[in-house]
Design a protein. Structure first.
Lengths: 112, 118
């Protein structure tokens, strides 16, 4: 069964304390793994797409990596404004449809 | 990145009335748009997939007669919640997928619409 699982559910960091968020997946034939950031009361904001194992992408203090079974979102020296829920998603194919299935998210809080 | 707008951003209505939510892709054409629902502290739940010019495909458990979706153009999809009841109160988010072959497209999300039914 295709699944997307994120951990931890919640993470509290001090400003400047680096850490990683995990997204593990089981899907036959990965067609991309997506990371989004969601602030309270807003829609998800696109961050990265990773397509193949070994691929890495960076944006400011964020770096996403991908293996054959999981993806990590590394946050280096986070700031309070990085506080948000981070969602990963994988497209599952159902017939002719391609739909993103989301993990439950990691709620990140960065304390000043 | 691509921009998706939603209108209204919030709406309060009385039980039994209908509410229409618009979703627009502002700087790209979207053959496919999606509608999600999100409850507090939960992840996004896909309600339906709409393709321009054809009927929407609803997820299991979503009432198609209650949640009417129209995707009349490549930049506009609407969700109408008919005869809304308090249990329909939620955060509704649309997304639009950029065109491209499998593996190269991306879904961009609107800012969401907070619906409160009294």
């Amino acid at each position: 069964e295709d699944q997307v699982t994120q951990s931890p559910e919640a993470l509290r960091l001090q400003e400047g304390e680096s850490s990683s968020l995990n997204c593990s997946y089981t899907v036959s034939g990965l067609r991309g793994l997506f990371w989004y950031r969601q602030d309270p009361g807003k829609g998800p904001e696109f961050l990265f797409t990773l397509y193949s194992a070994g691929e890495e992408k960076e944006k400011e203090r964020l770096k996403a990596t991908l293996t054959k079974k999981e993806s990590f979102l590394h946050i280096t020296a986070p700031k309070p404004e990085d506080s948000a829920t981070y969602l990963c998603a994988v497209p599952f194919s159902s017939g002719s449809a391609r739909q993103l299935t989301f993990g439950s998210g990691t709620q990140l809080t960065v304390l000043p | 990145g691509a921009v998706v707008s939603q209108h209204p951003s919030w709406v309060i209505c009385k039980s039994g009335t209908s509410v229409k939510i618009e979703c627009r892709s502002l700087d790209f054409q979207a053959t496919t748009m999606f509608w999600y629902r999100q409850f507090p502290k939960q992840s996004l739940m896909l309600m339906a997939t709409s393709n321009e010019g054809s009927k929407a495909t609803y997820e299991q458990g979503v009432e198609k007669d209650k949640f009417l979706i129209n995707h009349a153009s490549l930049t506009l999809s609407t969700l109408t919640v008919t005869s809304a009841h308090p249990e329909d109160s939620s955060f509704y988010i649309c997304s639009a997928r950029t065109s491209g072959r499998w593996g190269t497209d991306t879904q961009y999300f609107g800012p969401g619409t907070r619906l409160t039914v009294l």
